[in-house]
Design a protein around this ligand. Structure first.
Ligand code: R1P
Length: 284
């Protein structure tokens, strides 16, 4: 039963189900659409999949597997943040044989002059990490020795899958803008995304400007998972084709926020675009 694991290095149970996703070989498709919100995953499954198999839910992960236009796909909600994406990619890799394709469809904030309700595709992603040593008494907030936030170099997604996604977004979202560029994944929704919180000593007033300057205004979006997907996909020993797209929910410059009805509509339309790309990509 789940929870009774063997092997501390990579825990699995008696039937070889992985410890967090709770699935064994054959229970996850090699073609995965991943989202943060479990309600988004349920809505997409209900609207778009046929021949849906038994839902698997464990430790915050919800896995729906079924067919889209006759091709078996899994829609997986993972919650939020890079550790959850790490579980999906590593444990998903363990239970799938052969090449995989993973598309993320999430929500994000934008630091560009782009309307909320636009879409974004990440050609690459950078990681923004808060560095607690900056606040340590040894450093005493001395920026010349240690910066409060580390900004990584970009890691690219899979060009073939990203090109498919660009085409499918263009044909489904005829009246909406899709911006293509760099994404930034942060280790906090708050401090490492430059949100100002008077309750905490965050030292992040310059962070958004620093991100804009460092990558010459090419960073379009801020969210919390894409970097881990792209980084692990490029470090996997077996092929994993990865792409990431988002609904721009918030504009951090104008402070605009998208209404919920439009968000739900875009979730379904964009989910359809992602599934179209997911079933087209060659995994031989
Ligand atoms: C924060 O509100 C969450 O929303 C975004 C962020 O990456 C973070 O997970 O994505 P999802 O809508 O896919 O969860």
């Amino acid at each position: 039963k789940l929870g009774d694991a063997k092997n501390a290095n990579f825990p699995v149970d008696e039937r070889n189900a992985v410890y967090h996703l709770g699935v064994a070989k054959g229970e996850l498709s090699q073609r995965i659409l991943t989202v943060g919100d479990s309600e988004r995953a349920s809505r997409l499954t209900k609207e778009l999949l046929e021949e849906v198999e038994e839902e698997k839910a464990h430790r915050g992960f919800v896995i729906h597997t079924g067919k889209y236009k006759g091709v078996r796909v899994s829609i997986v909600s993972i919650g939020m943040g890079t550790p959850m994406m790490d579980f999906l990619v590593r444990e998903g890799r363990f239970v799938v044989d052969g090449p995989m394709a993973i598309i993320r469809y999430g929500t994000c904030g934008s630091i560009k002059d782009v309307e909320v309700g636009s879409l974004a595709i990440a050609e690459s992603s950078i990681l923004i990490r808060r560095n607690p040593d900056f606040w340590h008494s040894d450093n005493n907030k001395d920026q010349t020795k240690c910066k409060p936030y580390d900004i990584s170099k970009p890691v690219a997604g899979d060009k073939e899958l990203i090109d498919l996604l660009k085409n499918d977004f263009e044909s489904i979202f005829k009246d909406r803008k899709t911006v293509v560029g760099i994404n930034a994944s942060a280790d906090s929704f708050y401090s490492s995304q430059g949100r100002i919180d008077p309750e905490f000593d965050d030292f992040n007033e310059q962070l958004i400007e620093n991100i804009i300057d460092l990558y010459e205004n090419k960073v379009n979006t801020l969210e919390m998972e894409t970097f881990q997907l792209y980084h692990l996909a490029t470090r996997s020993k077996q092929p994993i084709k990865a792409a990431s797209s988002t609904i721009i929910l918030a504009n951090r410059v104008t402070q605009a926020f998208l209404d919920n009805n439009t968000k739900v509509k875009l979730e379904i339309e964009g989910g359809r675009a992602c599934l179209e790309s997911l079933i087209k990509v060659n995994l031989n």
